[in-house]
Each structure stands twice: as C-alpha cells, then as structure tokens.
Write a protein that binds this ligand. Structure first.
Ligand code: DX5
Ligand code: ZN
Length: 223
C-alpha cells in the first residue's frame, strides 16, 4: 500500500518544513497537484516547487499530477526537477498517446487519470502502457472536497481489468480520501492513496499516515 500526502494541503508558507514533516511521517510518496487555471479552475505550483521539494527530501517518491490542458510543455521541466512519476489526464483524448511516450522517453513512470464523469473506457486503450491509473474521487481543482461514492465502481473496474489482463499498474485514488473513504477504496481495489487535508491537518502526521496505512491494509480486497 502506498500513502501519498498531497502537498496542496500543506502550509505553503513553510514549504521546506512541511516537506521534512512529510518525510518524517513515513509517507511513501509526495503527491504534487499541478493546476493550470484552464483544465481546472485553480492554479497551484510549477516545476520550481518540485525542485525545492526535491532539495528537501531525498527519500520521498515525487508523484506529479498534471491537471493541465497542455502537459506537453510541463513534462520536461518536472522531469528535470525531480519528478519520479508524471500523470496526465485521459480527458486529453488523442494527445494521450504522445504524452505517455514523452514521459516514458524521459525515463519517468507514467500515470493516467480519469475524472469522475469520464467513462473508464477512456483509459482502456492505454492500460498496457501505464504504471499507474488514477481514479479521481472528486472533480479536480480543489482540496477538501467531499468524496464521491459513485466512483467506487470505477475502482472495481480498474482492479478487474488489471487482474483479467495480468497487468501491474497501481490503482491510485485522489480527493476526499480520509481514513474511512481510504478503506472503502481499498476494499474496491485501490492500492495508492492521495490524501491532502486528511493527513496534513493532523499535528501528528506520522500517526495519521500509520492509521491510514493500517486501515487500507486491513480493507484491501484479496481476490
Ligand atoms: C483535486 C486535488 C485534491 C487533493 C487532495 O484536484 O487533487 O484531490 O489532491 O485533496 P483532499 O485530500 O484534501 O481532498
Ligand atoms: Zn492529485
């Protein structure tokens, strides 16, 4: 199981300290939510923040989620500034094939994200080419939103496809992930959990990460 705090929910006024706190929490990954004000109605941060994050954490795997209409201009800069995995959105349609190739050509892991209203069929053609399938559990753009229960069937679908085709992509969820909703997603088949407010709001982040890890390990489907 992978626990991936989302930096979006950290205190940006003390970024270095928050990165170090995340590392001390024994989280596995650090999730960077990159928003362009076009694909989603919000702006977050750019490649320079990835460089700063990387300089304050050697251990954390940087999971970069590009909620951007033109990720082709950002994949290179994030790859050069410490990204380990780059996720693009299936909603970009015919651009997806080229984006996957570009991420791969830079030696990075590849993620593909699907928004709640988007059919899982948008991701199906790419399942053999990705390392991670991100099933969004809120409509992207803001942290602290309520979890959308109706997405659970999409997580189940991702799990069944992976099993049927003997593939190995990770199944990640992002948005409204707290201890209880994380367990629901694990039960449906998720194994990688992005959580922003659900983790950073706890003074003892190590306790929160451990509690989430225990919850998802206990609930994860075994079939
Ligand atoms: C949505 C963002 C959020 C963020 C996590 O665009 O991707 O889902 O990562 O937000 P919380 O965990 O606070 O709901
Ligand atoms: Zn995200």
């Amino acid at each position: 199981m992978i626990i991936a705090p989302s930096l979006l929910a950290a205190d940006h006024g003390k970024l270095a300290a928050e990165v170090e706190r995340t590392e001390r929490s024994r989280a596995d990954w650090l999730h960077l939510d990159i928003m362009d004000g076009h694909f989603v109605p919000n702006l977050s941060f750019g490649p320079d923040v990835a460089r700063i994050v990387r300089s304050h954490s050697r251990k954390l795997f940087l999971d970069v989620h590009l909620m951007c209409s033109r990720p082709e201009i950002l994949i290179g800069p994030f790859a050069q500034n410490g990204a380990d995995l780059v996720t693009v959105h299936a909603e970009l349609g015919e651009k997806v094939e080229g984006l996957i190739w570009k991420i791969r050509s830079l030696g990075k892991k590849v993620g593909l994200a699907v928004n709640p209203p988007t059919s899982m069929s948008a991701a199906q053609p790419f399942l053999k080419k990705i390392d991670l399938l991100l099933v969004m559990t809120v409509n992207p753009g803001f942290g602290g939103q309520p979890f959308l229960e109706e997405v659970l069937t999409k997580i189940q679908q991702a799990y069944l496809w992976r099993k049927a085709q003997n593939l190995s992509y990770r199944i990640e969820v992002d948005g409204g992930i707290k201890f209880d909703t994380a367990a629901e997603c694990a039960k449906a088949g998720a194994d990688t959990f992005v959580s922003g407010t659900g983790l950073y709001k706890h003074r003892n982040m190590k306790w929160a990460v451990e509690k989430m890890r225990k919850a998802v390990t206990k609930a994860h489907r075994q079939d």
